[in-house]
Design a protein. Sequence first.
Length: 239
Amino acid sequence: MFLKRVSLKNVDSEKYGEYPFCIPSIRTLHNVDFKSNVTFFIGENGTGKSTLLEAIAYQAGFNTAGGSRDNCFTLEKSGSSLGDFIRLSWMPKITSGFFLRAETFYDFASHIDDLGPESIIHYGGKSLHEQSHGEAFLSLLNNRFGKDGIYLLDEPEAALSPLRQMALLKIIHDLESNGKAQFIIATHSPLLMAYPEAQILNFNGSCIENIEYEDTDHYKLTRDFLNYRERYLQELFRN
């Protein structure tokens, strides 16, 4: 691992009513210790997963609109409201890597096109816009992820079918098992968070806590729905 800990700096209590400190898991954040090369941030929408991931990207020097240190393009509301309030502890410090934001991927692909053919070569030699959303994601992952670095992925499953989510698991395994990469991934996908020996941090609405895969709501709900689909649907559609 490269990144060992994220710590919240002292925050004036008068900010607790303001975003992002109005989010309970962020307000109660003290230290988050990373114990695996692969860590998942999970939890319901609005619990602070992406907010913390974005702040890590900001402190790592990555473009918070998506990309690495070298990708210079801006988008409205692509900054980090939390970035100046956290501290990263590294061993060793590393500056290479990538921040993948599913919601701004279209803008990132346009940025690469604007840079010209020399840049497109590094993404498989074909414009990301000339591929399907899922194909473009995998093209980025296969061609841009490969050297020592920290890779921050915000809901990568948004563009990936279940089969291609498993392809992503293989990419993660090939990189991290060779000691080349650390991954921190915000996700709702029970397929992705099944990665062996991954650390799962649950943003449960009031704090951030370690949780076992089989104890996550994502696993339990998916398992029960598949086993008792008709019962779930009857209950869901009941007037």
